[in-house]
Ligand binder design. Sequence first.
Ligand code: SF4
Length: 56
Amino acid sequence: MIKVDKGKCIGCGLCVSMCPDVFEMDDDLKAKVISQKNNPSVKEAVGSCPVEAITL
Ligand code: SF4
């Protein structure tokens, strides 16, 4: 399951720009998961998140 730890997320927006099908910025300016549709760009976003807030 794709998850964002909001306690860790710094709201950089990287995952949203890499994979807009799965991530969206929430009203609190943290990323949220909008779809569990896994694809290669999700894995890339996991590796690119500067604070390792995304888990699979
Ligand atoms: S890449 Fe990480 S820190 Fe940046 S918005 Fe996404 S979850 Fe938050």
